[in-house]
Structures are given as C-alpha cells and as structure tokens.
Design a binder for this molecule. Sequence first.
Ligand SMILES: CC(=O)N[C@H]1[C@@H](OP(=O)(O)OP(=O)(O)OC[C@H]2O[C@@H](n3ccc(=O)[nH]c3=O)[C@H](O)[C@@H]2O)O[C@H](CO)[C@@H](O)[C@@H]1O[C@H](C)C(=O)N[C@@H](C)C(=O)N[C@H](CCC(=O)O)C(=O)O
Ligand SMILES: Nc1ncnc2c1ncn2[C@@H]1O[C@H](COP(=O)(O)OP(=O)(O)OP(=O)(O)O)[C@@H](O)[C@H]1O
Ligand SMILES: N[C@H](CCC[C@H](N)C(=O)O)C(=O)O
Ligand SMILES: [Mg+2]
Length: 492
Amino acid sequence: MRLSQLLEKCKIVAIHGEENVEVENITSDSRQVQKGSLFIAVEGINTDGHDYIGKAIEQDVQVVVYDKPMFEEYFSRVTYVQVENSAIALAQIASAWFGNPSEHLKLVGVTGTNGKTTVATLLHRTFRTLGYGAGLLSTVANYVNDDSFPTTHTTLDPITLNAFLRKMVDAGCQYAFMEVSSHAIHQKRVYGLRFEGGVFTNLTQDHLDYHKNMLEYRNVKKAFFDSLPESAFAITNSDDKNGAVMLQNSVARKYTYSVKGMGDFKARIFEKHFDGTEIEINGKELIVQFVGVFNVYNLLAVYGTAVLLGQQPDELLRILTLLKPVAGRFQTLRSPAGFTAIVDYAHTPDALTNVLNAINEVLEQRGDIITVVGCGGNRDKTKRPLMAREAVELSNKVILTSDNPRFEEPQDIIDDMVAGLDDEQRRTTLSIVDRREAIKTACALAKPGDVILVAGKGHEDYQEIKGVKHHFDDKEELEKIFHGLLPNTLNS
Ligand SMILES: CC(=O)N[C@H]1[C@@H](OP(=O)(O)OP(=O)(O)OC[C@H]2O[C@@H](n3ccc(=O)[nH]c3=O)[C@H](O)[C@@H]2O)O[C@H](CO)[C@@H](O)[C@@H]1O[C@H](C)C(=O)N[C@@H](C)C(=O)N[C@H](CCC(=O)O)C(=O)O
Ligand SMILES: Nc1ncnc2c1ncn2[C@@H]1O[C@H](COP(=O)(O)OP(=O)(O)OP(=O)(O)O)[C@@H](O)[C@H]1O
Ligand SMILES: N[C@H](CCC[C@H](N)C(=O)O)C(=O)O
Ligand SMILES: [Mg+2]
C-alpha cells in the first residue's frame, strides 16, 4: 500500500526522506520487521519502541513512524515520519492498512468493570440467531460468524484488532460486538474505529495497579463515550452511580437501562431459581436461563442494544429466553455426591459479592456455600483484602488459593488476602496454595445440598506462573473429581 494512503488520517509533524514509497507490511514490534515494513515506535510501559528503531533499520525497514523528536542523522534509504502521537498513529495506520473495516460494519463496543464478555457474547449469539452475519471480539474468544479464534487480550492491539474486523467484513458480517477494556482506551487501541454504539455495564474497583485511582479509571472509561460520534447511540446502566457520568459529555444519542428506577429499558425481577430467573422486560414476562440480579442487567443491556440496532422487541424477548450462560460465567456442575459446583470468572470484589449474593438467593435445601478463591499476581493488590473479606462474609467456608500468580510468590498474594480478615475469620479460613488441592479439599468438605463456588478463572484453561502458562481448567478439575479420576478425599 502507498505510504500516503496509510498516513491519510495521521497528524504529521514532519516527513524526512522519500514520501512516494510502497509499504509491504506494518508492525509496532521490531522483532516482526521484514524488508519493506513500516515500523511504528510506540512508548510502552516496560520499554520504548523508539529504542528499537536502530534494530528495525538493520532489518531493512522502509518507513519509521515515531513521535519523539530524537534523530540527529537520518539514513537515506529510510523514510521517517514524525507524528503527534505514535499510539494514535498506530491505530489509524492499522485501520487504513485493512481498508478501514469498522466503517463497513455496525460495530458496538461494550465497556465497564464487569459484564463486558457476557453482554458482547450474548449480543453476538442474539444476532447470529436472528440470522445476521456477526463477529465478536472478547476475553474468551474471537468469532467471525461461527468460526472461533483464540485471543490474547480482552481488547486486541490495533493491528490484530483491525485484521479481525477485516476478516468479519470479508466473511459478510454486518455486525460486530467487542469488549473495550480500560487498558485499551488508555493505550488508544480502539482510536478512530467507527462505532455504531457504546454500552456501559458498571464501574467498581479493579486495575488500580494500572490506573492511579478510581477517578482516573472512571475518566478513561468515560473517554470512550466522549469519543462516540453524533450518529452513534450510547446506552448506560442508570442504576450505577457512574452511569450518568459516562454519558454526560457524549454527543451520541443517549439511552438508559434500569432495574431499580426509571429507564428507557426497564426490567423487574419476580422469582429467582437455581436454573434461571423469572423477569419482566418492558412489561413482558419471561423466564431466562441466567442466575443473579447482575445477569438481569446484562440481559437488559443486550435487549436495549439490539432494539437500538433496529431489532424487533418481541422477537428479541423470545431469543433472550433461549440464551445460555457464557463459558466460565456461573457455569453449574452437579456432582454425583449431591453437591453443586459453580465455576465463575469473578475476579473483582464486586463480581464476587454479586455472584455470592446470587448463590445465597437461590440456595436449595439450606446447604452451605464453600468458596475457593485467589487473586491474580501483578495485578491490583488493593482488591485482594476486599475479595477475601467479601468471600468470608458471604460464604460458610472459604479456601484461599492461587489464581494466576504470574511473577509474584503465591503465598504473598494469599497473605495480602488474609490481611482483609479479622482474627476470628482468619481462624476459620483455610489457605491452600495449590489450586488443585484447594478444589479437592472443597469437594471433600461438601455435603449433599452444598454449593462450591470456584471463583476467578472461569473459562481460563491455564495457570500462569513465572511467564509460563500451565494447563489448568477449574471445570476439568471438578469433573475429574466427580468422575473418580481424582480421589474425593481430604488426605489423598
Ligand atoms: C500493561 C499493558 O496493557 N501492556 C500492553 C502493552 O505492553 P507494553 O506497554 O508493556 O509494551 P512494551 O513491552 O513496553 O513495548 C513498547 C513497544 O516496544 C515494542 N518493542 C518491544 C520490544 C522489542 O524488542 N521491540 C519492540 O519493538 C513493543 O512492540 C511495543 O510496541 O502493549 C502490548 C501490545 O499491545 C500489550 O500486549 C500489553 O499487554 C500486556 C501483555 C497485558 O497483560 N495487558 C493486560 C493488563 C491488558 O491489556 N488487559 C486488558 C483487560 C483488562 C480487563 O480485564 O478489563 C485487555 O484488554 O486485555
Ligand atoms: N453486570 C455485572 N455486574 C457485576 N458483576 C458481573 C456482571 N456480569 C458479570 N459479573 C461478574 O463478573 C464476572 C466476569 O464477567 P464478564 O466476563 O462478563 O466481565 P468482563 O467485564 O468481561 O471481565 P474482564 O474485565 O475480565 O474482561 C462474572 O463471572 C460475574 O461474576
Ligand atoms: N482481564 C483480567 C482478568 C483477570 C483474571 C484473573 N484470573 C487474574 O488472572 O487475575 C486481568 O488481566 O486483570
Ligand atoms: Mg471480558
């Protein structure tokens, strides 16, 4: 592609060298540079792409895009483009490289602390059921219609992201649903994409390792709605205290959904069961196969978004009754011994509170709740004591264990969790570093009628320890115990 075409939307400060060149490939990673590449140097968190410009030049790069004025001499065979902001230019160049695919799709972005995967996935399933070509970019997997592809991030880097959107356009998709993480907004991964709509789920504590404080975290999320065009719609949860704030400066068409108060899309909850919930949406009664008040919010967000995309309300309500939980989100497994296990991705204090409240509300035969939970390493440390406290206050027994320790010592993470407990709570809480042992112990302790919540890893099929991902799947572990492949005893 011609360089001029790629730079069409970029804010250029200066160009040195030949402008009329053909680019063979684009990358922001010097390790991926090939002959004829355009390399975009982006300042990161660990390192700075500008430090690798020399390496890129050694590999016969054609064009270097950068934003730090740091050159004293230029190599004549390379074209240098200084832009105002490299991260923004990366998103713009990536979009141009793939033919601006977001402009050929009705693209909806879902943001918020919890519920993004659930809402985006259910939207994708709804639109597939309605017969549309539709894609999905989510934490669990990416989809082009019904073809699934593994993913690395909740929101991909701009090049991979635009490559997927292109695949969707080429496969005839009319709609695309994607999660928009706060990291992605902050790092400009979604900059310049044309959104048809934005959805806000909720805002509670997470990622305070990355964002300085809750105010900054909130403002980053809000920036997504500030960036939507007038032609887009923005739909927010008006029961969340930050719901209105998200939309206050947005020029998009604004809509609300609510369970507790007034809203353009409104739900009421009648009966809560272990297998589903009886609800009313905009005056029509239905039974959905989801548990927990939080899932009523998720379904309402799906319904509202689909209506705003022009779909027929009655047909949508029919589809809502058919939808099933997303992988690793409140996934229920019944043991032959008569207890139930729930695998859930709750990895924030609010998610854990919600899921435990939901279990308490539908608990059969007054059984006990046994919670197995850990916290991720190299992530927000301040959520650890809060998660431990929520777990202990809403369960009968808690086993603290490891999640993905990453580069931290697992016992240190558990110690941070224990710090949230009082003396009495510490005495009655178990700590078992090995997650497999922790799950085995919970199963050995469970009586018929009890519920074991295995929280934090949901769909993940690995445990990340010191940079290596080891196969580990909570559901698989439980099934092995249930089917006698792992002994269900305390001292095995
Ligand atoms: C903290 C964070 O978000 N980091 C992301 C960021 O990496 P970084 O800023 O550390 O990059 P860096 O290593 O400093 O490198 C800077 C630049 O130098 C380049 N480089 C580097 C080395 C080299 O030899 N040559 C070279 O050119 C790199 O390609 C990069 O362009 O940019 C990378 C490329 O896009 C991401 O892969 C990386 O995600 C890391 C792996 C990560 O774990 N991110 C998580 C926290 C994340 O993004 N999570 C959210 C979900 C959060 C939620 O649950 O809500 C997500 O969207 O997935
Ligand atoms: N609307 C909601 N409000 C609060 N908690 C929720 C909501 N929806 C889901 N949860 C809880 O949060 C967990 C994660 O849900 P989900 O994967 O849909 O969120 P997410 O925003 O995509 O998370 P991530 O930031 O990791 O991508 C669920 O397993 C559940 O415990
Ligand atoms: N997207 C989230 C997922 C957390 C999942 C949990 N299992 C952990 O590893 O902390 C993050 O990267 O913070
Ligand atoms: Mg997600």
